[in-house]
Design a protein around this ligand. Structure first.
Ligand SMILES: *Cc1c(COP(=O)(O)O)cnc(C)c1O
Length: 234
């Protein structure tokens, strides 16, 4: 079940890349595993390992958790199998717990958090700056107008490496609206790199419902949950 769905998602990603004139190998897949028990996540990782045995050109999937509590609970079983990213907001008092298991924090949106991460990280830590491209106030992230200056300030901290920008796309039925948000993030990434933060090449954007739009706008990492694990009971 999971193996079949994962293969379908891989197919969608590859087709979207080809349609955009891009190399499918330039788009990585992160499994968004919120609410999934560790057994289901392992099932997906096993399926991924089998797929890669058949096709060695495939890159391994990554895993992203939204909540530090889930990261801590599943970390011990998953850490040796895959790289774990935190993709949800991080409270300052949970920085140590997050750093124990996550190799990348995708949700940096305050300088206070960035400073704490820089102070606690033992090796250079990969982070993404999260940008709220849609302006929806339920969404976490810095304002687009502030993003480049903010990301530059984060990159200047000693132990952090800004790998790129991350966003959660607009909640809209209009593909043009969603796509415009992803185009905005790409433009900000280009500005950031041009202004001297040359490590910041990645664009983490696109989910189960809209990954094609994100890949068309340059996503290098898509975060997929329900298309692999099924609908969440929320
Ligand atoms: C849940 C989640 C995803 C995946 O969403 P799906 O629609 O289930 O693919 C991606 N990114 C973040 C930040 C999420 O919370």
């Amino acid at each position: 079940m999971i193996a079949g769905r994962l293969a379908q998602v891989r197919g969608r990603v590859a087709q979207a890349a080809i349609d955009a004139g891009r190399d499918p190998a330039d788009v990585r897949l992160l499994l968004a595993t919120k609410t999934q028990p560790v057994e289901r996540v392992r099932e997906a990782l096993d399926a991924d390992a089998r797929a890669r045995a058949d096709d060695p050109t495939l890159a391994a999937v990554l895993v992203g958790e939204n909540r530090v509590q889930e990261l801590v609970a599943k970390g011990p079983s998953l850490a040796g199998l895959t790289a774990l990213h935190l993709i949800g907001p991080l409270q300052s008092n949970k920085v140590n717990a997050a750093l124990r298991w996550a190799s990348c924090i995708e949700s940096v949106a305050s300088i206070d958090l960035a400073e704490r991460l820089s102070a606690r990280a033992t090796d250079p830590l990969d982070v993404y700056v999260q940008v709220n491209v849609s302006g929806e106030d339920t969404k976490h992230g810095v304002e687009p107008a502030e993003a480049v200056a903010f990301a530059g300030a984060v990159a200047a901290l000693p132990n952090l490496r800004v790998a790129g920008l991350m966003t959660v796309g607009a909640r809209s039925d209009d593909p043009a609206v969603v796509r415009a948000g992803y185009a905005l993030l790409r433009g900000l990434r280009d500005e950031l790199v041009a202004s001297g933060t040359q490590t910041a090449t990645e664009l983490s954007m696109g989910m189960s419902g809209d990954l094609e739009l994100a890949i068309a706008e340059g996503a290098t990492l898509v975060r997929v949950g329900s298309a692999v694990f099924g609908a969440r009971a929320t």
